[in-house]
Design a protein around this ligand. Sequence first.
Ligand code: ATP
Ligand code: ZN
Length: 210
Amino acid sequence: MKTLKIAIQKSGRLNEKSVELLKNCGLNFENYKSSLISPVSNFPLEILFLRDDDIPEYVQDGIADLGIVGENVIQETEVKVSYLQRLGFGKCSLKIAIPNHSDISSLAGLNGKAIATTYPVILKKYLVGHKIESDIRTISGSVEISPGLGLSDAICDLVSTGGTLKSNGLKAFADVMNSEAVLIGREGSENDDLIQELIQRIQSVLRAKE
Ligand code: ATP
Ligand code: ZN
């Protein structure tokens, strides 16, 4: 019998909820310790623990059959995968934010300004869609401190409560996208019987939570 592989985040904001969801589906496995792969003892499934950034490509390329990852990561990596189920956790928004005392007062005010982000692909599409030309500065983290350091005029970053913006003297200015964790598979994989069985289990766990 074939064994499916599902990729979930190894550690970080989505790890705990992903593990909890799979356990609530009645799947028996050990959480990530040092091994990157954990077999499920009562379903033909293996759990792969990965960096979230790698999950969309692993699913697209067939290394994993399924993945749990934020929509923001899927959009940024521009992969072709099927959205099988929205999961209702990991909710956040990608927003453009500016310093509290910025003189930018409209979207057009971003023309010619520097925007720091770890999401250059999504930001670029948003700016093109609004006919704005900004200087996108791609950095790998700590985006929120870049205006204070004089590295940028604005940022484009994930926000959930807004606490990080506030404590860095920033305010939300424009919504670029909303995101939550989703279950993804290869295109066409929704027709697979085992995958259907898992989706059914996930849906009943989600329904029980409503
Ligand atoms: P990894 O080590 O796997 O690369 P990471 O540091 O890139 O992890 P996390 O900060 O753990 O990522 O966030 C994982 C996902 O959680 C995000 O891609 C996003 O979908 C979601 N998320 C929910 N709320 C927030 C938030 N306030 N800030 C950042 N991400 C959030
Ligand atoms: Zn990541």
